[in-house]
Ligand binder design. Structure first.
Ligand code: FRU
Length: 453
């Protein structure tokens, strides 16, 4: 058991594993009022290791119940990231029409690095059986070939999946979830950031003018100097086989501008897309000073597309957190913080300083043109060499909707900021050695704060 960690940093609202290591969200699916969240999990140590799929369920995306580990490593390798679908018509034949199965598609990563896509199914939503026909998609000779995200394809009325293949994604489709045929690729042209593509997702979002368009989300594993782990997206069209960009951009479009939101994908079978990401960064994820657990998820994020100063972009809203923002009280120049978990709203321009008695502080500032975040003196930072550097301490993000408000959910050691009415999401972790006990504000904007229920 790991001995790292100096105090309890476990967030209250953000999903964490019962203990030990967590990374990517996997298999997210909504069935009969229940959200299933599976996740990359190493249950023996508080760092990455042989990957399992952990499992939890929730009715509201805030309160989670832990379930037994769903998938264990096997003779084909570790269980890497993947997805689940609710096979309502039982096209796979693994359930019945009265009791449709959950079908999981995931990557087996062998000890020699070979990556292949495999299938497991469940008829009770808890226990999974791997099919003897695995792999269902063999490796075509690629080093990186992983993270299948299956989704219902409304254009061809079949199942499709998108997976990451080095510097691009591949699309496949299937009638029965078992036999898959490749239908196309996207990338690397159109990509503006260096790195290995991981954890793709393809889904449709509504636009604010009543239309809809397709979003291809890709997590980018980048060099240290580029921020290491960040999630990019492309806006465009899907003809049932292939994705094409319609909203061209000369720079990457980021799903989140913070340090800590990676590998995010959406739930299958929800009415509108709800995304959850892993709230960490491969640059330092294994070294964070959190003791008996390591890593957490973001909150649920509802997504749509809307016009911004730079054109059409994804707009994020919190999913399931209305209870936190329902009752809020105004904050003056100074406010004592009695809780480490709260929501905050800011209208206008202002600087917010969260401070503690050990001289540590986290600052968030909205100016006319930028959103600034500084965690360089927020708390512990010596646990890993990059964490305290300028690149990994300060953010300066140009504003995308200048009259927009900011909502922030602060949760012990992780905060999610949706600035500019959700056009500028920023997720970050920080490790104050004592709770911040006061909020000091400067500037003309108005601030409201709530306490967690
Ligand atoms: C992304 C990732 C995936 C892979 C998994 C392994 O964070 O590298 O590509 O499936 O983590 O845990």
């Amino acid at each position: 058991m790991s001995t790292k960690g100096s105090r309890d940093y476990r967030p209250l609202l953000h999903f964490t594993p019962p203990s030990m290591w967590i990374n990517d969200p996997n298999g997210m699916v909504y069935v009969d009022g229940t959200y299933h969240l599976f996740y990359q999990h190493y249950p023996k140590e508080a760092h990455w290791g042989p990957m399992h799929w952990g499992h939890a369920v929730s009715k509201d995306l805030l309160h989670w119940k832990h379930l037994p580990i769903a998938l264990y490593p096997d003779e084909m390798g570790y269980i890497y990231s993947g997805s689940c679908v609710y096979d309502r018509k039982n096209v796979s034949g693994y359930g019945t029409e009265e009791n449709p199965p959950l079908v999981a598609l995931y990557t087996n990563h062998a000890t020699d690095g070979l990556e292949r896509q495999c299938l497991a199914y469940s008829t009770d939503g808890v226990h999974f059986e791997k099919t003897i026909h695995n792999p269902v998609i063999p490796n075509p000779g690629l080093r990186d070939f992983r993270d299948p995200k299956a989704f219902y394809n409304p254009v061809k009325d079949c199942w499709s999946l998108v997976l990451a293949a080095g510097d691009r994604v591949h699309f496949y489709s299937s009638e029965d979830l078992k036999h898959w045929e490749k239908t196309g690729e996207f990338g690397p042209e159109g990509n503006h950031s260096p790195g290995i593509w991981e954890c793709p997702d393809l889904f449709r979002v509504k636009t604010e003018d009543g239309d809809s368009l397709w979003v291809l989300v890709v997590s980018m594993l980048m060099p240290t100097e580029n921020g290491r782990s960040r999630t990019q997206y492309f806006l465009g069209d899907f003809d049932g086989d292939r994705f094409t960009v319609t909203e061209k951009s000369e720079e990457p479009m980021w799903l989140d501008f913070g340090f800590d939101n990676y590998a995010g994908v959406t739930f299958q079978n929800t009415e509108e897309p709800v995304l959850i990401g892993w709230a960490s960064n491969w640059e330092y994820a294994n070294e964070t000073p959190t003791g008996e657990y390591c890593g957490q998820m973001t909150l649920g994020r509802k997504l749509h597309a809307g016009k911004t100063e730079k054109g059409l972009r994804l707009i994020s809203g919190f999913a399931g957190t209305d209870v936190l923002t329902a009752e809020m009280e105004p904050v003056g120049e100074q406010k004592e913080l009695k809780s480490e978990t709260f929501a905050l709203r800011l209208k206008g321009t202002k600087k917010l300083v969260f401070a503690n008695g050990n001289g540590e502080q986290l600052t968030v500032e909205v100016t006319e043109d930028e959103i600034l975040v500084n965690r360089s003196s927020a708390g512990e930072k010596g646990f890993q060499e990059s964490f305290g550097t300028e690149r990994y301490s300060r953010l300066r993000v140009p504003r995308l909707r200048k009259d927009g408000e900011l909502v922030m959910i602060f949760d012990v050691s992780v905060a999610e900021i949706l600035a500019d009415d959700g056009a500028v999401p920023i997720t970050l972790t920080f490790y104050p050695t004592q709770p911040y006990d006061r909020l000091v504000t400067e500037g003309s904007g108005e601030v409201w704060i709530s306490s967690a229920p």
